[in-house]
Design a protein around this ligand. Structure first.
Ligand SMILES: *Cc1c(COP(=O)(O)O)cnc(C)c1O
Length: 428
């Protein structure tokens, strides 16, 4: 079947044709590409056309597609079974491996998706502190749990407004929203809600409004304020965990949260996520404590085999400095290429995460991200897609590199970007 017929059938049977909205290309227009297989730095569509993949399944694929170690671990597990609903040694080994890599956490619980991890972490924070409200940041994404689907409208700093239908006002009122990188706003929310805030949840590097770095002092400030007000600090490291450093953003920025949420890379491409914390907090989780959380497929043997193998190999390879260098070089080269053609861009980058914003001004929060020219991004996206580079289909999603993106792959991305910027400049 061809791309067009498949898309027609997809739209008939699946809402919007996709099982996760951004895949529908709504942010860039046009019809999504049906992919068939993957290898290393490449995705191949159903016609066999190759694309340099900069989406990497939105984060999990840090060793490139189909790393031999992970495939081997999965093949071995395939011989033994798919799911037992009983404890396995791989769960213990994976727990030990994760706790060895992330800083200062004692215990961990495995779940199936980042959404579950953040929902559970917030329930745990409420159970532990006996407080009801949470504080999140505008433009940060923590999965699709009701409490997180709150967008601050202007003046909605104190009481959240639902940004999805189906989120009740009752839930919305317990989510407070502050602008990212604005510590004074957080401070004033704490002052107007003394003893009410169970936790502050934050993406320590924002990746879901495009990549936005924390300003110096922002994370440290959140740590100090949560301590002062006896609130927990939750680092949602579903994207940044094992991505920006071995120990995630907590290690990179040397700020210690009370709870971590993890996902994406820890599953090695299979559905697996987790939340971790100190013993005192994690002992409140059922069956030890009164905070209930469970899962039929949690700790699934295939997922734990893939995750454990990916993390062990990552730790051994220690690729973070190299990834940072390569990505910084790519970011600088993209900036130079755009400048040469007279196209204004900001390339935000940390470790192997980056976003090309079409803007004259620095992008430091949601408002400056929204001020970037999304239609120029859409043009760039399609020019790159034609040339065989698969960028995130939205201005507001992070792009990634993996260890499979060699220097020659990176040079090829730069060449194709140069061509694309040139065409954009001509069309202006
Ligand atoms: C992807 C992501 C989530 C949600 O994870 P899912 O597995 O898609 O539910 C939560 N938080 C952050 C920071 C993410 O990047």
């Amino acid at each position: 079947m061809n791309q067009k017929d498949l898309w027609f059938q997809a739209c008939e049977k699946i809402p919007g044709g996709v099982n996760s909205p951004v895949r529908a290309f709504g942010g860039v227009g046009g019809q999504p590409v049906f992919m068939d297989r993957s290898e290393g730095a490449y995705l191949y569509d159903i016609q066999g056309k190759a694309y340099i993949d900069l989406v990497l399944s939105f984060g999990p694929i840090i060793l490139g597609h189909r790393p031999p170690q992970v495939i081997h671990a999965l093949q071995k597990q395939l011989e033994k079974g798919l799911s037992y609903g009983a404890t396995t040694s791989a769960e213990v080994n994976l727990a030990k491996q994760i706790l060895k890599m992330i800083p200062n956490m004692d215990m961990i619980r495995l779940v199936n998706s980042g959404t579950e991890a953040t929902m559970s972490a917030v329930r745990l924070a409420r159970g532990f502190t006996k407080k009801n409200k949470i504080l999140k940041f505008k433009g940060c994404y923590h999965g699709h749990g009701d409490s997180f689907l709150i967008q601050a409208g202007s003046g909605a700093l104190t009481h959240g407004v639902p940004s999805s239908l189906g989120v009740t006002p009752g839930v919305a009122k317990d989510t407070l929203v502050a602008p990212y990188n604005h510590l004074e706003a957080v401070e004033s929310i704490f002052e107007s809600h003394p003893d009410e805030i169970a936790a502050v949840i934050v993406e320590p590097v924002a990746g879901n409004m495009g990549v936005v770095l924390p300003k110096p002092g922002f994370l440290e400030g959140l740590r100090a304020l949560t301590k002062k007000h006896a609130s927990l600090l939750i680092f949602d490291e579903v994207m940044t965990g094992f991505r920006v450093a071995k120990g995630g953003a907590a290690e990179l920025y040397q700020v210690q949260p009370d709870l971590f949420t993890l996902g994406k890379i820890i599953g090695g491409g299979l559905p697996l996520a987790a939340y971790a914390g100190t013993r005192e907090i994690m002992e409140m989780v059922s069956p030890l404590g009164g905070v209930y959380q469970a899962g039929t497929l949690s700790g699934n043997p295939m997922a734990t085999a893939a995750g454990l193998s990916q993390l062990e190999h990552l730790e051994q390879l220690n690729p973070w400095d190299d990834l940072q260098e390569k990505t910084q070089y790519l970011a600088q080269s993209l900036k130079n290429a755009a400048q040469k053609e007279g196209v204004s861009v900001q390339v935000n980058q940390v470790a192997s995460m980056f976003t090309v914003f079409f803007s004259k001004n620095a992008v430091t929060d949601t408002d400056s991200a929204l001020a970037a020219n999304a239609s120029e991004y859409a043009q760039f996206f399609h020019l790159m897609l034609e040339r065989g580079v698969y960028l995130p289909p939205s201005q507001y999603e992070a792009a990634f590199l993996s260890t499979a993106h060699t220097s020659s792959v990176i040079e090829s991305i730069i060449d194709k970007a140069q061509e694309s910027f040139k065409i954009m400049a001509k069309n202006q």
